[in-house]
Ligand binder design. Structure first.
Ligand code: IPE
Ligand code: IPE
Ligand code: MG
Length: 237
């Protein structure tokens, strides 16, 4: 059975997930366990991202959203923040060609235009180069905080008229993405850490103890199978 069939026709007969989001946590603990610098954990985290993005597009997943840097992550020591920014730039530079060639559309959510000018320029270029693609959408959350996103959306909605759940949703960074189906968090923490608070209203959640650098495409497949077996009721009966 091909991977695409696993994704589009789940074994349990449930509905396949269209939009999966992941809180990629545990890079620091992965490194600590091995007496390595945190930056090495982040580097291995990028390798996990690379493998997962490849698998997601091979499975035909419609949208994969990855929490890469939160509005609160600026509170980390300067050397760690700059290591993360360096890794982000290197990842985009190294993999952009692969996205273009494999029909991956890049999208960024969060207040990313407030980031350093070289990062913004790099992302702008990557967005332009992949804008015409219609395969898997890879959404990277950068300088992202759900509270910031909702506040920005509400302020925009207010300039246009009434503030309702629909008018706010229409201004969210995720407005043109499919509804969030499945939210995964690695590393054993059971919290949202300001990620997709609005979009998670009826998302299914999977929490795993696996540390992010150890997360493989098989872990994603397991989570998708778990999702397919869930019954979503949306408050109805
Ligand atoms: C996730 O790993 C990466 C980012 C938040 C950017 P952490 O760096 O949070 O790793 P832990 O939670 O300290 O193990
Ligand atoms: C959430 O992880 C942010 C990202 C994965 C980018 P954190 O490690 O920052 O979250 P907390 O501090 O444990 O809540
Ligand atoms: Mg963490």
């Amino acid at each position: 059975m091909s991977l695409r069939r696993v994704q589009t026709k789940p074994a349990q007969g449930g509905i396949a997930a269209r939009h999966v989001a992941i809180i990629m946590d545990g890079n620091g603990r992965w490194a600590k366990k091995r007496h390595l610098p945190r930056a090495v954990g982040h580097q291995r985290g990028v390798e996990a991202v690379r493998a997962l993005v490849r698998a997601a597009r091979e499975m035909g997943l419609q949208t994969l959203t990855l929490y890469a840097f939160s509005t609160e992550n600026w509170n980390r020591p300067e050397d760690e923040v700059s290591a993360l920014m360096g890794l982000l730039k290197r990842y985009i530079l190294a993999d952009l060609k692969e996205f273009v060639e494999n029909n991956v559309r890049l999208q960024i959510i969060g207040n990313w235009r407030a980031m350093a000018p070289d990062v913004v320029a790099l992302l702008d270029d990557a967005l332009t180069q992949t804008a015409g693609n219609d395969g898997t959408t890879l959404v990277v959350a950068l300088n992202y905080g759900a509270q910031d996103e909702i506040a920005r959306a509400a302020a925009k909605a207010a300039t246009k008229g009434a503030i309702t759940p629909e008018t706010i949703a229409a201004e969210l960074d995720t407005a043109d993405l499919p509804p969030l189906d499945l939210l995964i968090r690695t590393s054993g923490e059971v919290r949202l850490s300001n990620f997709l608070l609005w979009q998670a209203a009826y998302a299914e959640m999977v929490f795993t103890d696996v540390l992010w650098p150890d997360f493989t495409p098989d872990h994603l497949r397991e989570a998708l199978e778990e999702f397919a077996g869930r019954e979503r009721r949306y408050g109805g009966r």
